[in-house]
Structure formats: C-alpha cells, structure tokens
Design a protein around this ligand. Sequence first.
Ligand SMILES: Cc1cc2nc3c(=O)[nH]c(=O)nc-3n(C[C@H](O)[C@H](O)[C@H](O)COP(=O)(O)O)c2cc1C
Length: 179
Amino acid sequence: MDTLQTILTRRSIRKFKNLPISDESLHRIIEAAMYAPSANNRQPWHFVIIDDRTLLDQIPGFHPYAAMVKEAPVVISVCGDTRLEPAEGYLALNCGAATQNLLLAAHSLEIGSCWLGIYPREERIQGVRELLELPNHILPMALVVLGISNEIHSTPHRFRPDRVYPNHWPHAEPETGRL
Ligand SMILES: Cc1cc2nc3c(=O)[nH]c(=O)nc-3n(C[C@H](O)[C@H](O)[C@H](O)COP(=O)(O)O)c2cc1C
C-alpha cells in the first residue's frame, strides 16, 4: 500500500475475526516501531507481546475501554525505559511515535489495530505493571490491540483548512470547538 494511503485509511479496529497473527507479521510490525524517530536516537522502548489468553482477558479489568481485547489474539505493550530516557515527556513522545509506526505497519499488512491509552493514567499504568511484572524503571505507555479486522470503515473527512495558518497565529482567535 502507498504510504499516504496507509496513513489515511488506517482506522481503529475493535472487532476481530478468530484468526491468529503470524510471528513474521509481528516481527515486521515491531521492527517498524523500532524505526520511529526518538530524541537523541535513544530508542528508549521495549515491546511485550501478550498472547496468553489468561493475561489478555485481565486487561479489561483495569482498562475501561478495552473490551475488544477479549476477542483479539495479540496485544503489544509499548514500554518506555526511564534509564535510557530520563525525561518523561520525551519518553512519552518517543513511545508515541513508535506506537503510531506499529499501527501503520499493521494496517499496511492488512492487520487491524487499536491504540489503548495507558500513560499518563496511574491506575492503567499500575494495571499493566502488575500484569506484566514490569520493573520500576519501565513505564508502560500504550497497549496496541492487533487482529484481523471484522469491521469495515470508510475514510472520514478530517482535513481542516481553518486549523492551518500562514506564518503567524491569526489575529482573529480561531474557533477551537470540537469536530
Ligand atoms: C492516546 C490514545 C489513547 C486511546 N485510547 C483508546 C482506548 O482506550 N480505547 C479505544 O477503543 N480507543 C482508544 N484510542 C483510539 C481513538 O479512540 C481513535 O484513534 C480515535 O477515535 C480516532 O479514530 P481512528 O483511530 O479510527 O482514526 C486511543 C487513541 C490514542 C491516540
């Protein structure tokens, strides 16, 4: 798939077919995540592949918007390493870039995905920390649900020319209302 087409047609997927994801696909998706940009090229990330059903089924117990995990074959936990990147803001940004790469790589391989927010919500961080037995210097940033999609989405219209300004912030305060 063409890169721009991949970016525009990716949608969050929350219904999955009862099909596995191959190890080769997982490898390629995580490799793509590791090619994300990072401050000072520190690459301060780790990825935990969760495919144990007893672990997967515990995720909705601490995450209120993760019901789809019960049907998904794999979840990847994107974790930041505070020893590699002590600035938490950079850690979150770097892991965010890696997470977006994960989603786009999955979509380009025709694998559906959904980003589940973890950081900065303390109760979700604690939930992942306990589930995966993470050491203190590892900060879970996101969970990415993966599976073969069982839903169809059209591409929404999102380009907002009124949010793009030439050279300076506009004199008339722009509307900041929701979509
Ligand atoms: C930081 C972040 C946290 C998110 N958390 C959740 C979540 O907990 N559960 C969920 O179903 N979707 C979650 N999403 C997905 C958003 O709901 C989704 O990206 C948004 O509605 C736009 O839809 P699209 O991804 O199909 O373009 C999250 C996305 C981001 C970037």
